[in-house]
Write a protein that binds this ligand. Structure first.
Ligand SMILES: C[S@@+](CC[C@H](N)C(=O)[O-])C[C@H]1O[C@@H](n2cnc3c(N)ncnc32)[C@H](O)[C@@H]1O
Length: 442
């Protein structure tokens, strides 16, 4: 396919997605099934165009004059994105829309005029920042004056980060082995490397590299690496990773504990937990016991009151990861936020019983919404009088990450990382210390 034909295809996929209100992944898959001649490079390029258009969905529609009641079109989103996201001048866009076979139709006079001046100065904040209007209050509450700058950073493409597994290798070794990809050290996480993306926004296939297969590194956003380090488990600690999922943070905790102490990894969903077995083996981890739930039985019942640390990497809306999945921000609904809040309450209450006096819950989300961060913690503290929040400065100092303090927002009960200020996904971390055993078992 020519680059111009890929543009037409992206417009078609977006029209389908908009008309049927379906996930981008489904619309892309169907397009692929009905256009079997398209090769894997074509599909990848079309997907990148679609996701980039979704990054700038509101602002692209705005500059193309699709405002208010006017329905958005795939054509406007792609044209607007080329101007806003890729910085193409109107003549360059016009050259791609030459009306030849499979290319988009030539630009109208109106489109030319709009693309010549892609101005957002008069646009409301939710258009400038490309987020759903209904969530503005939540975003403003955390970002304040930096709302638009942070929202724009959440619309950019995410970098590709890896965490060197210090159980088997060191950062320099992996950096040298992957020199052909020019990895650089992550600015804040001590074991991270960042690898450049191609012009199409895609990274190399790291999972087939020999060093990956030998367990020398894992793919993990720098923010997720920092969140695991902030949990700061002592080397001999008894740790419960209550929402272990596929084990991204379990692996990081195990490395931080130098394979000592004991981590119990569990999750309410056995399917999510399944990949952890293979990942732990590859990474040379020996201090993790996997507790798969069996039916309705509580998989960690025997650990009540015994944990030094319970990591609650909670289910959340994922608003902090919009850079990775721009489709998700437009699909988020108030109902799903309410559902996640209920799950967070359940999992935090379960964690409270696991912690021993003097121990801690470390509560993590990849969200930037106060409703699932500080407010969830406030509500927890209201229900459990025997816990108190650890000040963010202490949290950073205990993890040896004092330098991070100027790159995070200290919030009421914890700290918030973000793409603009921290350069990572929007992770929230709060630590809750069990100070009084009398009340904590409620
Ligand atoms: C953010 S993900 C965890 C990601 C994982 N820790 C990692 O670093 O790769 C949240 C997880 O919480 C799990 N979960 C939801 N409700 C739960 C509950 N009540 N008890 C335990 N796990 C729960 C979900 O199945 C999901 O795997």
């Amino acid at each position: 396919m020519t680059p111009n034909a890929r543009l037409s295809a992206a417009m078609e996929v977006l029209d389908d997605l908009l008309a049927r209100r379906r996930p981008a992944a489904d619309a892309l898959k169907d397009w692929g099934l009905s256009h079997r001649f398209a090769g894997s490079k074509d599909r990848a390029a079309i997907a990148t165009l679609v996701y980039d258009a979704l990054r700038r969905r509101a602002s692209a529609a705005w500059i193309m004059g699709e405002r208010g009641e006017a329905p958005e079109t795939g054509r406007a989103l792609v044209l607007g994105m080329l101007a806003l996201q890729r910085g193409l001048a109107v003549d360059a866009i016009s050259a791609m829309c030459d009306g030849s076979r499979f290319a988009p139709a030539p630009l109208s006079e109106d489109e030319r005029a709009r693309l010549a001046h892609p101005d957002l100065a008069d646009a409301p904040a939710h258009v400038q920042g490309d987020y759903p209007e209904w969530i503005e209050g939540e975003l403003a509450a955390v970002f304040g004056e930096e709302l638009v700058a942070e929202a724009r950073a959440l619309s950019e493409r995410a970098p590709l980060d890896i965490r060197v597994n210090t159980l088997l290798a060191n950062r320099e070794e992996v950096q040298n082995a992957l020199a052909f990809l020019s990895p650089v050290e992550t600015p804040l996480a001590p074991h991270g490397l960042r690898i450049g993306l191609g012009d199409d926004g895609r990274g190399p296939a790291l999972q087939s590299e020999p060093e990956f297969l030998k367990g020398f590194f894992e793919i993990q956003d720098e923010g997720s690496q920092l969140a695991a380090l902030l949990a700061a488990p002592g080397e001999k600690a008894q740790v419960v990773d209550l929402c272990a999922g596929a084990g991204g943070k379990t692996l990081a905790l195990s490395a931080a504990m130098e394979n000592a102490g004991q981590i119990y990894a569990t999750d309410s969903d056995t399917r999510r937990l399944a990949p952890i077995h293979e990942r732990l083996a590859r990474a040379g981890v020996r201090n993790v016991q996997i507790r798969s739930p069996r039916g309705k039985a509580d998989a960690v019942e025997d650990l009540d009151g015994r944990a030094d640390l319970v990591l609650v990497d909670a289910p959340c809306t994922g608003t902090g990861t919009w850079r990775r999945n721009p489709d998700a921000k437009w699909r988020l609904r108030p109902g799903s936020l309410a559902q996640r809040k209920g799950e967070q309450e359940t999992v935090l209450d379960r964690a409270a019983r696991l912690v021993k006096p003097g121990g801690r819950i470390v509560y993590v989300t990849c969200s930037v919404l106060p409703a699932e961060n500080d407010e969830a913690v406030s509500a927890f503290l209201g229900r459990h009088a025997g816990f108190s929040p650890v000040p963010a400065a202490d949290l950073l100092a205990q993890a040896g990450l004092g330098a991070l303090s100027s790159h995070v927002r200290e919030t009421r009960h914890g700290l918030q990382m973000s793409p603009s200020r921290t350069g990572v996904d929007g992770f929230y971390v709060a630590a809750l210390k069990k100070t009084d055993a009398r009340y904590a078992m409620t």
